[in-house]
Design a protein around this ligand. Structure first.
Ligand code: SF4
Ligand code: SF4
Length: 403
């Protein structure tokens, strides 16, 4: 194991961990491991005092790696990553060992719990020796929005966005705005309001030909002679229809658009949502939203509320001048090892992988990649490396665990 300046901090989490595990013993045991220059316990590391203490220890001891044995990373990984950052340490040089949920709360015998916790901490120490600093990047967002489909759903979303001074382009395949045949008065009213708004441009009798890019920076090609449309978000507001058996099915041309956007869809062709209750208008790709019947058959009332939700989500995430941080834990494809089977392309739910025709290999767009690791586990050639979850890091962690 390469020699590194590693600091280990074992948190008592008030009585949560301290009463069930002998944390002093863990600190003492790991202090003898090669590379560990500091091993201490603390009562409550996530408290303001705990964070100050941690930052101070990192700088005072010039730590290059940090292991925090505490709660679940789901709870405080971001907290401790931020502390590392403020102390001048790359946040990806920190590893948590979850000795609360995985040990203290489930292993009643103190002695067994201490042995188990020690193994987890050893694994984390081993793992950090293989960590590499990862760089965060950010991109400037284009605050403009494209709405595909000029029915009630699309017009409603566009009008709310226009009220917030956003520039919107509605792209509609028909010659006039409309769509909700049961409510012509409402359609007329909305179309009149749209026509009166300088923030809204309507491009009729037109369909997107190609869509590339990512949240904050999408480019929509509308046809050979048209200019490119550059926007930060895309709202899918085209409808669905009902087949002979009364089943809601995606409208004609809908699948072409979902394919172009590379959003994953369900068995009926409608976009899968980030979360059916918590994020029902967000697709699995950042910056692409669905409203109205683009999300499946819905009533007029639901259409309006979906459009309000879409507009609200865009207004709170796509803020003019804001830079969006991209995920540094992305996957990388080796051109040498890739044999172009495109399995990775099939399993990526975020549209982050594309096939390079000229090289016959796949490549990952690091801005779109969410680091889920699906592609790395599916690749039959071992050509994909999920950064921060490399085989080497996992092997080292397991070696520490099994010692
Ligand atoms: S799954 Fe692996 S070998 Fe196949 S295209 Fe993707 S990276 Fe290349
Ligand atoms: S890690 Fe996940 S999001 Fe990134 S390219 Fe692979 S499958 Fe797509």
């Amino acid at each position: 194991m390469p020699s590194t300046r590693t600091g280990v901090f074992v948190c008592s989490c008030g009585p949560n961990i301290g009463e069930r595990i002998d944390i002093e013993k863990i600190a003492e045991e790991v202090s003898t491991i090669e590379g560990v220059v500091l091993a201490e316990t603390h009562g409550l590391l996530c408290s303001p005092d705990g964070k100050k203490y941690l930052a101070l220890k990192i700088t005072e001891n010039k730590l290059e790696r940090v292991v925090i044995a505490a709660c679940s990373p789901r709870e405080h990984e971001v907290t401790f990553m931020k502390v590392c950052e403020t102390a001048g340490l790359n946040p990806f040089m920190m590893q948590m060992a979850n000795i609360r949920e995985q040990v203290a709360w489930v292993t009643p015998d103190r002695e067994s719990a201490t042995v188990k916790a020690l193994k987890l901490v050893r694994g984390a120490i081993n793992r950090t020796s293989r960590h590499k600093p990862l760089a965060k990047t950010s991109i400037v967002c284009n605050p403009e929005v494209a709405v595909i489909g000029g029915g009630v759903a699309g017009m409603s979303a566009a009008l709310i966005l226009a009220d917030a001074d956003r520039m919107i382009t509605i792209i509609d395949r028909s010659s006039s705005l409309g769509g909700y045949k049961d409510n012509e008065k409402l359609v007329e009213y909305l179309a009149e309001r749209v026509a009166g708004r300088s923030e809204i441009t309507v491009i009729s009798e037109c369909e997107p030909e190609e869509i590339v890019g990512f949240f904050g920076n999408f480019i929509i090609k509308l046809g050979e002679d048209s200019d490119e449309l550059r926007v930060g978000s895309i709202v899918l507001a085209t409808g669905c229809t009902v087949d002979e058996s009364g089943r809601a099915v995606a409208a004609e041309g809908f699948s072409e658009i979902t394919e172009m956007l590379r959003i994953s869809t369900d068995e009926n062709g409608f976009p899968n949502r980030e979360h059916n209750s918590l994020a029902p208008v967000s697709t699995l790709i950042d910056g692409i939203y669905v409203t109205g019947c683009a999300g499946g058959l819905c009533s007029l009332k639901e259409t309006i509320s979906r459009s309000e939700a879409v507009a609200g989500t865009i207004l709170s995430s796509l803020i003019p001048g804001r830079q969006v941080e991209t995920e540094p834990r992305t996957s990388v494809i080796s051109e040498t090892l890739c044999r172009g089977c495109r399995t990775c392309l099939e399993v990526c739910g975020y549209g982050a992988i594309s096939f390079l025709e000229e090289k016959l290999v796949c490549t990952v767009n690091s801005v779109l990649c969410k680091g889920c690791g699906n592609c790395a586990s599916a690749c039959p050639s071992g050509a994909i490396k999920a950064q921060h979850f490399t085989p080497d890091q996992i092997r080292y962690q397991m070696a520490g665990l099994l010692r």
